[in-house]
Design a protein around this ligand. Structure first.
Ligand SMILES: Nc1nc2c(c(=O)[nH]1)N[C@H]1C(S)=C(S)[C@@H](COP(=O)(O)OP(=O)(O)OC[C@H]3O[C@@H](n4cnc5c(=O)[nH]c(N)nc54)[C@H](O)[C@@H]3O)O[C@H]1N2
Ligand SMILES: Nc1nc2c(c(=O)[nH]1)N[C@H]1C(S)=C(S)[C@@H](COP(=O)(O)OP(=O)(O)OC[C@H]3O[C@@H](n4cnc5c(=O)[nH]c(N)nc54)[C@H](O)[C@@H]3O)O[C@H]1N2
Ligand SMILES: [Mo]
Length: 758
């Protein structure tokens, strides 16, 4: 690593990703957060058959779950939860909330695990301890006084299946379908787009498919940081000489070269394997143009030499091919090149690889979904796959990389503002009530309702709602206007401090901790990105005797709020088998739930599209017809750049583990703007200059002043800054209309030297 003489905290990272650097980072994290021995044994239990599911990401585990998979960022997620630091009422009560608000997000969570329920006292401007039952009774009285349309129930994707199921049951028994959730900021485009194309809102691949794939297109995700256990899979593919084509505006080190900490020889020799066989540095928001270009070139290959498309599959299984092909043929190469930032020749080489491969997987993340047309983007990826029958065939398929470790499970459990009639009927029948059938609010809907006063109470099962959402300038004051906020969480964060008329923090146990209820020790279950459902059992003693499980908190709150519902909340709380029996009755695919999770590795939920059964209205897979090439509100102005808001290597969403971003060469700071050398030159800027960034959308005034611009290997036209800080540049009106996902990866911005005349 070499120091940058000019810009403090910037270094050039020239090694491969992974390797000893990853081991060292893990050792430091364990030392800072935990007792060494306990830390080591806890990490060894991660993702083991009798252990707990890693809260780090939703990548699945191999079938033969025996060997421990080393994972730096999984270790950070685990030790951050299992830390020995404690945010006791005494510690929190030393500060007024106004003082706590001056701490940054890292400092707030660094206070440690919450140990006792707290209530805000406006007279002292402090959080103070409260008894659990008093908290439940007070919250219940306020919920009873509000109407269900005024209350919103947020879920962040760590909540277990059992907690999520009970939570949606509580909200619906209360009368609300207002379910904003983290998926609304993340993979909602997948949940909306895949059903339109394939009849199912989940990925079609299993882990075994990666062993048989002949080509991988990895688009808009950064697995070295965000899905680190995927690196083992990519490493194996690379060693099998499977081409891995990456589409990403920014050079991400782990997608270039990786040393696997599981491979002794590589660790000893310092050797690494290349990951991307071809790295296409397209412009942010240039994916649709690039994919349309690849499809265009594939169609041209079919015309010139034939035998490229899977015509039998297209005829038997799909609908809309001709309209799609005509639309693509009408798109000009000039436009494709201009908007993608890639050359025709380069896209044609990818088309050749695609034409040659008998089994292709496309994996994708936030680079695809967080755009004005995120849902259309997802459908376009399906179009490319359908051309060669790459859905429902071994070694092929679509692989959305889900975010939170159980976000997919939350959805399966009914956390959705638009529940299906079948789901509501089954829920009502099982619990003898009439659930509301109206469409409720999603995350942006809740924000809007908070601003205009329609929403009066926000209950949060985890997460950091206000910091994750766009438009903090509107969102923060709107939180303070609410009548009631309730946060179920493990650590203190900013959303907890945006206090309303009545605010409560209810501390819960995490995945790593034992969960003992009246009937004995409990397991919870989660669903990974590939629809595998399995049990998770924590082993550590809870962070405090005064914290409860998420299930217990939801059940106790429901019992206090809805004493006449006829639902045996406390019975469900006392024995999670009963919750799973209810899930089995309500949700298809969970038959014999309790029995099936006793098998190591659990079971896979039915995925009709993986068997080429298309649950679309036409009964076929549907090609889409992507109009135009622009993914985001057009700018067509050389002075306007596209801002991608990014995660560093040392953060988990709004949780900032440290100020380092090792692979991108940034240390001890986050106040930087990544820019290409070409854009630096065209903007008359130098590496290290102080710049101001402002959003370039009509009617919007949003600024982020005082960032240090650093030169980075990335596509011209695109700039990057860290999420969540850069949310001050993302307007809440800038989102994908089909899914409601904010366009966090493509905000048009102007960049100018700080102090320069505007
Ligand atoms: N350690 C860790 N793990 C995590 C998380 C975390 O914060 N930390 N978060 C979890 C969650 S909730 C999620 S959703 C996932 C997120 O995982 P990712 O989907 O990897 O999300 P991001 O880090 O936001 O980055 C996306 C990547 O997309 C690229 N990109 C940006 N814009 C574009 C574009 O227009 N086109 C293309 N092709 N690429 C683009 C960026 O350069 C970056 O490499 O990770 C999960 N896992
Ligand atoms: N600009 C920009 N904004 C973004 C994104 C982006 O790429 N750019 N990404 C978006 C995405 S993909 C997502 S998913 C959202 C994330 O939004 P959220 O899911 O709301 O945010 P997190 O930061 O994951 O939530 C962290 C908090 O969760 C609590 N917590 C941790 N573990 C547990 C647990 O086991 N139980 C409970 N009850 N609480 C727990 C802790 O109190 C912690 O402070 O942010 C979105 N916002
Ligand atoms: Mo996410």
């Amino acid at each position: 690593m070499s120091e940058d003489k000019k810009v403090p905290g910037v270094k050039t990272y020239d090694a491969a990703a992974g390797g000893w650097g990853a081991l060292k980072a893990t050792a430091i994290t364990v030392r800072n957060e935990m007792d060494l021995l306990e830390g080591a044994t806890t990490l060894l239990r991660t993702n083991q058959p009798t252990g707990f599911d890693c809260p780090g990401c939703a990548w699945p585990d191999p079938d033969h779950k025996s060997t421990f998979q080393f994972c730096e960022n999984g270790a950070k997620a685990v030790t951050w939860e299992a830390t020995k630091k404690r945010a006791t009422p005494e510690l929190i009560g030393q500060h007024t909330v106004s003082e706590l608000l001056k701490m940054n997000d890292h400092e707030l969570e660094e206070l440690g695990r919450l140990t006792h329920p707290l209530v805000y006292n406006p007279e002292t401007d402090r959080y103070q301890p409260i008894d659990w039952q008093a908290a439940f009774d007070q919250i219940a009285a306020q919920l009873q006084a509000l109407s269900p349309e005024q209350v919103d129930f947020y879920t962040s994707g760590r909540a277990s299946n059992e907690a999520s199921f009970l939570y949606q049951l509580f909200a619906r028994a209360y009368g609300s379908n207002n379910f904003p959730d983290c998926s609304n900021m993340c993979h909602e485009c997948t949940s909306v787009g895949l059903p339109m194309s394939l009849g199912m809102g989940k990925g079609s691949v299993s882990l075994a498919d990666f062993d048989k794939a002949e080509l991988l297109l990895s688009i808009g995700h950064n697995p070295g940081t965000n899905h680190p256990r995927m690196m083992g899979t990519l490493h194996d593919m690379s060693k099998r000489n499977v081409p891995i084509v990456v589409l990403n505006p920014l050079k991400e080190r782990a997608l270039e070269r990786f040393t696997s900490p599981q491979e002794k020889l590589e660790m000893i020799t310092g050797r690494s394997v290349p990951i991307a066989s071809d790295y296409l540095m397209l412009r942010a928001g240039g994916d649709a143009a690039a994919i349309k270009g690849i499809i265009k070139a594939v169609l041209a290959l079919e015309d010139s030499r034939g035998g490229v498309l899977d015509k039998a599959f297209i005829a038997e299984h799909t609908h809309g091919f001709e309209a799609m092909a005509e639309n693509i043929r009408a798109t000009s190469w000039d436009d494709i090149e201009k908007i993608s930032g890639l050359s025709r020749a380069h896209l044609e080489t990818v088309a050749e690889l695609y034409a040659k491969s008998n089994a292709t997987i496309i994996s994708y993340g936030m680079g695809i979904t967080q755009h004005n047309r995120g849902t259309d983007n997802v459908r376009l990826l399906c179009d490319l796959l359908l051309l060669k029958g790459n859905i429902g065939k071994p070694g092929a398929g679509i692989c959305p990389l889900r975010g939170h470790s159980n976000v997919q499970g939350n959805r399966t459990m009914g956390i959705t503002e638009k529940p299906s009639a079948d789901f509501l009927a089954a829920l009502g029948k099982t619990f003898h009530f009439s659930p509301p059938s109206n469409h409720g609010r999603d995350a942006l809907g809740t924000l809007e309702a908070m601003v205009n006063g329609d929403c009066q109470a926000l209950i949060c099962l985890g997460g950091n709602f206000a910091v994750a959402l766009p438009d903090p300038e509107q969102c923060y004051p709107a939180m303070a206007k609410l009548a009631l906020t309730v946060h179920v969480g493990t650590k203190l964060n900013r959303s907890h401090l945006l206090v309303s008329k009545a605010s409560y923090i209810l501390p819960c146990r995490g995945r790593t901790e034992q969960d003992i209820q009246a009937s004995g020790p409990q397991a919870i279950t989660v669903e990974d990105s590939m629809s595998m459902v399995h049990a998770s059992v924590g082993k550590l003693a809870p962070a405090s005797p005064d914290i409860k499980s998420e299930v217990a908190i939801v059940a106790d709150l429901a019992a206090a709020t809805l004493p006449d519902s006829g639902i045996d909340w406390l019975g469900l709380r006392d024995d999670y088998h009963k919750i799973r029996d209810a899930i089995a009755q309500v949700i298809p695919g969970f038959e014999n739930f309790n029995e099936r999770i006793t098998h190591p590795g659990g079971f896979r939920l039915p995925l009709p599209h993986a068997d080429r059964v298309w649950k679309t209205p036409s009964g076929k897979a549907e090609f889409s017809c992507y109009k135009g090439l622009e993914e985001d509100a057009a700018t067509h102005n050389a002075s306007i750049l596209r801002l991608m808001t990014l995660r560093s290597h040392d953060q988990y969403n709004t949780t900032i583990y440290s100020y380092d971003d090792r692979y991108r060469g940034v240390f001890g700071r986050r106040d930087v703007l990544f820019m290409s050398p070409q854009d630096l030159a065209s903007h008359g800027l130098e590496h290290g200059d102080l710049v101001d960034v402002e959003t370039a959308l009509e009617g919007v005034t949003m600024r982020y002043p005082g960032l240090t611009v650093i030169s980075h290997d990335m596509a011209p036209g695109s700039v990057g800054a860290y999420y969540p800080e850069a949310n001050c540049l993302v307007p809440r009106s800038f989102y994908d209309a089909q899914s409601g996902v904010p366009s966090y990866k493509s905000v048009p911005v102007r960049v100018s030297k700080s102090g320069a005349a505007q």
